[in-house]
Write a protein that binds this ligand. Structure first.
Ligand SMILES: Nc1ncnc2c1ncn2[C@@H]1O[C@H](COP(=O)(O)OP(=O)(O)OP(=O)(O)O)[C@@H](O)[C@H]1O
Length: 634
């Protein structure tokens, strides 16, 4: 019963009208399932008299009612199916929007970064259709089946014998219970096989995803295919074995149900033959026996399948919280037209006020380790990013530079110590304050966004909204602003080369679209960060901004860097010493601590210093390459 209530509540929330319509249709269908055999019985029973004496008006009326009942059955089916399809569509949209909302609502990354969340999402997401399937069954056949069974049983008891429906009901109940157990056992087998399923799916997807090129070059396709096959066989083998076992018992049960129906029908035939059962009663009893014997016994078990994905969805994205926090999305589910008019991107973003000053940031004895590991990445880490000044951070791979960015942007909170923003502890910010803090940041992260949108949108998103407020909206006349950013970010030549300029989609699978190279994407990322600065962001974070740039573009970035970061607090992270060299404050991060701090000139004077060693190592390799080139050109 709890399952039924949960499914109905969930469906009624998104589609009350359609839920009512399907429920009414199902109840009417149940009434017709009882009424039609009674009418058929009367029509058959009255047929001999009608043939002998000609059809009298009462008989014709009966036939007319039977005809209307049969036609009404078709109409009711149509209403029920259309309403159920509408409800299903809305449920699908609702669950997608709720998952999207739940995973993106927190400013912290920990809610999505945790392997448990990813694994659960991968496991349950493909099962969301079971909520829809269970709801459809509930609102359709499940509602009509019980009243139809009870009505048929009463009809049979009255028309044939009081005990006649009992064996039919008893075999139905046994079949329903056995099917329920069998279906639930299938889940258990699958739930226990998720690791094998995950491996199989991963191996299958690799050959088609981003790694497809390397997979082919390394000749790994066969290896991946075998791996996908082996893992999927491992995942399915226990399932097949269980299905074989269960299939035998289900076939035996079906045979018993058919046998019972044949015995009851034969008893009716014997009584009609011996003259103790009227033709009307006999003609009514036969279709009733058929209805009862054919009642699907698996339906109620299927209802239960919907409950575990629904419980998961309700835990991840409680419906009442979603309705309160995102009324625009929530109401859009029940009105497709409104959703189409107003895409989610049109939601007003919290853009920082342009007047806001550049922040001062202090890491005060910060220690941090990821929740999934015992290792401390930062230990008693202290650093000041002075307001309105540029600071650079260098360090070897895995030193914790990107982790620092995640902490600074409020994606994670320190395990110990404080991060002070203008003297205020970031850990004390509520969700709204943390989101507002994130709007004051213009980032280029190592895995920067590459959205399959128009070039203009990819840059304009830095302002917190899509071009024109709608991803697919008309191009507004903001070209002057974008042109100015393009010059600063060095993408003016790139935009000029695109067939439709700013309006060119950056994905070659879209009409008129183009693909960009890694370095071109990185320059688009820089332009987006600059757009964010123009919209009020005052902390610029550039994490390896030159990783994909050619020498010329890198030189352009370095030359313009101090100009770009003027009046901003900025943090630039790079392995390339040529990139950090002009920055007035350079910090060297090692084993989770700042071990050196100063300008390039100051750091180069420290004998045996870490910066000096690494800089000399990198510079000497370039010089050796230049020498080599000169020798060979002579
Ligand atoms: N989500 C995560 N969960 C657990 N450990 C992580 C996570 N992200 C990073 N780490 C670990 O934290 C350490 C620091 O990683 P981080 O990415 O901050 O280094 P980095 O200095 O930016 O390295 P690189 O120069 O290679 O980009 C590494 O040992 C890494 O394995």
């Amino acid at each position: 019963m709890a399952t039924v209530i949960a499914l109905v509540r969930n469906a009624f929330r998104v589609s009350p009208g359609a839920v009512l319509a399907s429920s009414v249709a199902s109840i009417v269908a149940a009434m017709l399932a009882v009424l039609v055999p009674i009418l058929v019985g009367r029509a058959v029973g009255g047929a001999p008299d009608a043939v002998r004496g000609g059809p009298h008006p009462g008989y014709l009326l009966l036939l007319a009612i039977l005809l209307v009942a049969l036609l009404a059955g078709n109409l009711i089916n149509l209403v029920g199916n259309s309403s159920a399809a509408l409800t299903e569509g809305r449920l699908e949209q609702d669950s997608d929007l709720r998952i999207g909302w739940a995973l993106s609502r927190h400013p912290e990354l920990s809610s999505v970064d945790h392997p448990d969340v990813a694994s659960r999402l991968q496991q349950i997401r493909p099962r969301l259709w079971e909520i829809r399937m269970a709801t459809r069954l509930l609102l359709g056949p499940a509602i009509s089946q019980l009243p139809a069974l009870i009505g048929s049983a009463i009809t049979l008891a009255v028309m044939l014998a009081w005990w006649a429906p009992l064996p039919l009901l008893a075999t139905y109940a046994v079949a329903a219970e056995v099917t329920r157990r069998s279906i639930l056992a299938q889940f258990d087998v699958f739930t226990g096989q998720t690791d094998a399923q995950k491996h199989a799916q991963y191996a299958f997807e690799q050959g088609m995803g981003k790694a497809a090129k390397e997979i082919r070059i390394f000749g790994l396709s066969d290896y991946l295919r075998r791996r996908a096959w082996d893992f999927s066989t491992t995942a399915y083998r226990p399932y097949w074995a269980m299905r074989r076992r269960k299939a035998r018992s289900l076939v035996a049960l079906s045979a018993v149900r058919v046998g019972v129906a044949v015995v009851v029908a034969a008893y009716a035939g014997w009584r009609a033959q011996s003259g103790t059962l009227s033709l009307t009663a006999f003609a009514t009893a036969l279709p009733v026996v058929l209805t009862m014997a054919n009642s699907d016994a698996w339906m109620f078990a299927q209802l239960q399948r919907g409950i575990s994905p629904l419980q998961w969805l309700n835990r991840l994205a409680p419906a009442d919280q979603f309705d309160r926090a995102a009324p625009e999305l929530s109401s859009a589910v029940s009105s497709r037209a409104r959703l189409a008019e107003r895409s989610p991107s049109a939601a007003e973003p919290a853009v920082a006020t342009p007047a806001e000053a550049a922040p001062q940031i202090v890491f005060d004895e910060v220690s941090f380790g990821y929740p999934t590991s015992n290792k401390m990445i930062l230990k008693d880490f202290s650093l000041e990013l002075p307001a309105g000044a540029a600071t650079a951070l260098v360090g070897v791979n895995g030193a914790g530079k990107s982790t620092l960015v995640k902490l600074l942007t409020g994606g994670y909170l320190p395990s110990r110590g404080r991060i002070l923003i203008d003297g205020q502890d970031l850990a004390g910010f509520d969700e709204q304050q943390r989101a507002a803090w994130q709007r004051r940041i213009a980032p280029i992260t190592q895995d920067f966004l590459r959205l399959p949108l128009r070039a203009g949108d990819n840059v304009e998103l830095g302002s917190g909204r899509a071009w024109s407020g709608r991803i697919d909206g008309p191009s507004p006349d903001i070209t002057a602003e974008l042109e100015q950013i393009a010059t600063r970010a060095g993408i003016d030549d790139l935009i000029a080369k695109l067939p439709d300029g700013w309006a060119t989609p950056l994905d070659k699978s879209l009409p008129g679209g183009r693909d960009l190279s890694g370095g071109e994407w990185q320059r688009i990322g820089l332009a987006r960060a600059l757009r964010a600065v123009d919209s009020g962001a005052r902390l610029l974070i550039l994490d390896e901004p030159a990783a994909a740039l050619d020498v010329e573009s890198e030189a352009r970035l370095v030359d313009s860097y101090l100009d770009i970061t003027r009046r901003l607090t900025s943090l630039i992270i790079s392995h390339r010493f040529s990139v950090v060299r002009p920055v007035p404050i350079i910090c060297v991060l090692e084993r989770g601590r700042i071990v050196e701090r100063g300008s390039h000139q100051e750091l180069m004077t420290i004998p045996g210093g870490r910066y000096r060693t690494l800089f000399t190592l990198q510079a000497s390799r370039y010089l050796a390459a230049v020498d080599q080139q000169e020798v060979s050109s002579r």
